[in-house]
Ligand binder design. Structure first.
Ligand code: PHB
Length: 362
């Protein structure tokens, strides 16, 4: 079995190691316009020794935005900003994927000219997101009840994903990752709790999974399957998406995705957000269902990652908080060097403090 420090063939690319950088919301894009900037370029370039850098969630459209100062990938200015980042990561020897994000109901009317965000259904729901406060600083606010996407809006939504994929390719990304996890739009459709539709996108599991699979097909159609991965978290209740049959939903989706021969399937496990640890039984079923590369994420350390690699249950691991605090994480893990501790106070929003000022190992 491979170690974490051996290459992995991932669709169109071969990653130099299996220590990936997880997608991480950092809320530092330039305003107006949610534009990627030089500070973000420095941050990503510092972390280019990751086997694969997966970008923070980047909204495919203004409708897809749910948090203050997150970057987008729908305007020319945003594409130009991302281009400086991908060029710099490549110059440093790295590979980078764009995470394509639509938050659905995890949003706020202040991002949508006072209108409610969209979701599968207009179901009342309790959650909070981060908006700009009166003082200009991030503040937590309740998410309003969303409105249900109309059936005749789905084609436009798929077009937004298609356009974002072309933009990611033009911006120089190596891959795209569809965000199908964590209670955002595609997960809102998948979960019976947030999806009470009575059309072909609601009801049966096949109907609830339809949007995720149609989005996957649109994204693959805009580029090619070997450039496309997807992140799912069918088990876990982050952002209020409860699915008592999450394991069954996840395996159904994985089986359908396996037919698309994607670059990877990325599983975010419930313990990333304080939930229980996933058992190996589900990992084994997932592996049997999805023969392509599987990335595991969720409170991983080197031991957990290597154990699951040895068991043949994952092919790579994505590290979040450890990568925030340790720009040279692959080397630190390989040489068993001490890790810097992350500072949660600087995770979301702000400047270079807690972002680009974590030291590499001396
Ligand atoms: C967050 O901003 O807390 C966040 C964003 C995207 C995720 C998970 C968490 O997938």
């Amino acid at each position: 079995m491979p170690t974490l420090f051996e290459p992995l063939s991932l669709g169109a690319v071969t990653t130099p190691n299996r220590v990936f950088m997880a997608p991480l919301t950092r809320m530092r894009a330039t305003q107006p316009g949610d534009v990627p900037n030089d500070l973000m370029r420095n941050y990503y370039t510092q972390r280019a020794s990751a086997g694969l850098v997966i970008s923070e969630g980047t909204q495919i459209s203004p409708e897809g935005k749910g948090y203050m100062d997150t970057p987008g990938i729908h305007s020319d200015e945003q594409v130009a900003g991302w281009r400086t980042i991908t060029d710099a990561v490549h110059a440093a020897g790295g590979l980078i994927a764009a995470q394509l994000w639509h938050v659905g109901r995890v949003s706020h009317e202040s991002f949508h000219d006072g209108e409610p965000p969209v979701s599968a259904s207009a179901a009342p729901y309790r959650n909070r997101t981060t908006i700009r406060g009166e003082d200009g600083r991030p503040t937590r606010a309740s998410c309003p009840t969303p409105r249900a996407l109309e059936l005749d809006e789905i084609a436009r939504l798929l077009e937004d994903y298609r356009r974002a994929t072309i933009n990611a390719r033009d911006a120089g990304f190596d891959l795209v990752e569809i965000h199908g996890a964590h209670g955002y739009l595609l997960h809102q459709f998948l979960s019976p709790d947030s999806n009470q539709r009575e059309d072909r996108y609601g009801g049966s599991l096949a109907n609830r999974a339809r949007l995720m699979l149609e989005v996957t097909d649109a994204v693959v159609g805009a580029w090619t399957s070997e450039r496309v991965g997807i992140r799912i978290s069918p088990i876990g209740s982050f952002n209020g998406t409860e699915d008592p049959d999450g394991a069954e939903s996840g395996l159904y989706v994985a089986r359908e995705l396996a037919r698309r021969d994607l670059a990877f399937l990325h599983l975010s496990e419930p313990d990333w957000a304080g939930g229980p640890q996933l058992d190996d039984g589900f990992r084994r079923e997932l592996r049997a269902t999805h023969p392509g590369p599987i990335i595991g994420a969720g409170n991983y350390d080197a031991d957990k990652a290597q154990r699951l690699l040895d068991a043949g249950l994952i092919d790579a691991a994505a590290f979040g908080r450890a990568f925030i605090a340790n720009p040279d994480l692959p080397r630190r893990l390989e040489d068993e060097l001490q890790l810097n501790a992350p500072d949660p106070d600087t995770f979301y929003g702000g400047n270079e403090a807690g972002y680009t000022d974590y030291p590499v190992y001396a």
